[in-house]
Write a protein of this length. Structure first.
Length: 252
């Protein structure tokens, strides 16, 4: 754990302090996941709603408080699910459990890339084993050539190139990867919300204003959201020393 790891203050449901802890026992308990399949989304936004900074990456709007929670969320997950465009833009590579938090889960952390085309970002192929690729019928051949057929989940949604994300979640769970951490981007978050798959949404609000230009944390075509939206219940709210807010929301 870095020497500049911040103390977090819990504001809700009750007030207390969460000091730095190399084992992150308190945060791991706060963000504990059920044993059955669960889809948790983790995103960051500025106060004015921007999903990324001026460089086009979310890393430019996060800080040490966000990083502390981010490490715990990854340590608790079975698989990180991310869209190919976001993986490419953010420079995703082979994932390992955060150093020092390996005790929070037994199996290696997997990376799953969602791509309709089957094209896999080269940066994700640099590790000892390739990512799992979630694609439709049109992308299966190209994905298999990149990662091997055994690492491809072909989940067509009945269109020429669409992906059935519900089938993907169920297939991941059947492989022992039921605790899914979806890191977006906004297009994938829009799709998993529209499919009714999100159980929990963790949103960091960065104390910054980005101004016009950047997109929101949810994207997609108008009308993509069945029922016009979701109601949320606040599980807890943390704050970092600089005012960064870290909220855990459950969908109801």
């Amino acid at each position: 754990m870095s020497s500049d790891t911040p103390t977090l203050s819990r504001l809700l449901p009750h007030a207390d302090e969460i000091p730095p802890d190399p084992a992150e026992r308190t945060l791991a308990a706060l963000y504990a996941l059920p044993e059955h399949p669960w889809v948790r989304v983790n995103m960051i936004s500025t106060v004015d709603g921007a999903a990324w900074g001026p460089d086009g990456q979310s890393a430019s709007i996060n800080d040490a408080a966000d990083w502390r929670v981010f490490r715990v969320l990854r340590a608790l997950a079975d698989v990180v699910l991310v869209g190919a465009g976001t993986a490419r833009q953010e420079g995703y590579s082979h994932l390992k459990r955060p150093h020092g938090l390996e005790h929070l889960a037994g199996a290696p952390l997997e990376l799953a890339i969602v791509t309709r085309s089957g094209r896999v970002p080269w940066s994700t192929l640099d590790g000892p084993h390739p990512p799992v690729v979630v694609t439709g019928s049109a992308g299966a051949l190209e994905a298999g050539a990149a990662v091997g057929d055994d690492r491809v989940l072909v989940c067509p949604d009945g269109t020429s190139d669409g992906v059935d994300l519900r089938a993907a979640r169920d297939t991941l769970a059947a492989r022992g990867l039921g605790r899914v951490l979806c890191e977006g981007g906004p297009g994938l978050l829009g799709d998993v919300l529209a499919a009714g798959l999100v159980d929990e949404l963790c949103v960091t609000t960065s104390p910054r204003l980005a101004g016009p230009g950047a997109g929101r944390i949810v994207a997609g075509p108008a009308g993509n959201e069945p029922g016009g939206g979701h109601d949320l219940r606040l599980g807890h709210l943390l704050v970092g020393p600089a005012g960064t807010l870290l909220a855990r929301w459950e969908l109801v």
